[in-house]
Ligand binder design. Sequence first.
Ligand SMILES: [Zn+2]
Ligand SMILES: [Zn+2]
Length: 381
Amino acid sequence: MSIVKCQLLIMDPYKTLGVDKNASDADIKKAYRRLAMKYHPDKGGSKADEKKFKEVTAAYEVLGDKQKKAQYDQFGSVGTGPGGAGFGGFDFSGFQNVNFDFGGGFGDIFDTFFGGGARKAQAKRGPIRGNDIEIVVRLTFDEAVFGATKEVELSRYETCEHCKGMGNEPGSKIIDCDTCRGTGQHVRIQRTPLGQIQTAATCEVCNGAGKVPEKKCRECKGEGRVIKNQKIKIKIPAGIHDKAAIRLSGKGEAGLKGGVAGDLFAHISISPSDEFRREGDDIKTEQHIHLLQAVMGDEVNVKTIHGNVKLKMQAGTENGKIFKLKGYGVPKVGSAAKGDHYVKIIVDIPQKLNKKEKELYEELIKEAKLTIKPQNKGLFG
Ligand SMILES: [Zn+2]
Ligand SMILES: [Zn+2]
């Protein structure tokens, strides 16, 4: 669910960037900047074209990287990803990145685009399910314990309203793709160290559909969907655990050609509390008491996540004793039950005695007929 495989097909990155095979690094960079600016979905104005933007960026990913460029120059393609897509272009895997932001600098766009995974769905015929989106939702300790509604902002593909996702300008026809003659594929021959390899690649013009709109929708440039920023509210159930994931069905990216939308996965990250240690649905704390409270017994206020609770300790409460406050822990997700709160007693030994106290302790010693001498009982550890 988390890995989105992307395949970008590049016929010829030199051609895409409009540079000569002997072009210098600086020239390649300059060409990329110019074209990226021209087609940038937010900055390009009337020439904006997300598909072309991705193509030039993909081309620059090859030519802007010494190693990849050398590989391309030698073999006519760039190495395969973990999926081993053969020589049909290059392939990479990555997490969907909701912070896919066209507003950033060029370096950022480049990094986000290639570091965060592209959004281009793998081309195929028929309906294509929208990509899933993975996000991290950070919660405070309290939000996780008691539940919350978190608003997140997503930048995601949504179905184009103008063409209802069909890609054609309303009223215009859908016709056979000219480039692939309606087959959705074209055959390529590539030079490789093993000789020539013939691969069938998806037609880039129709994305493998075999059909194209006679007149592309002016809103989505024929893609059937557009990138939109939207705020989404996510209800976090009380008691959610760290690293849990909430799946919001259909809240991912819009599908293509009538495909269903992907899902949104919200991964939960909870910050710890200064006061409470949470273990599953239980809470653990330490309670410091005075030596005299331990000896004589007392009632102390224990702070729990549900407020203060009176804890009665009998006389002779030992250091390290653990009390269980049943039902004072974290609510169990989807249930009325709660975990427990465990309190560990830490007996503080007075470090300084005043004159009066000293006298009283001496009295106590006499009374108990104690002789003070070190005792070897048990071992450390
Ligand atoms: Zn449209
Ligand atoms: Zn085609």
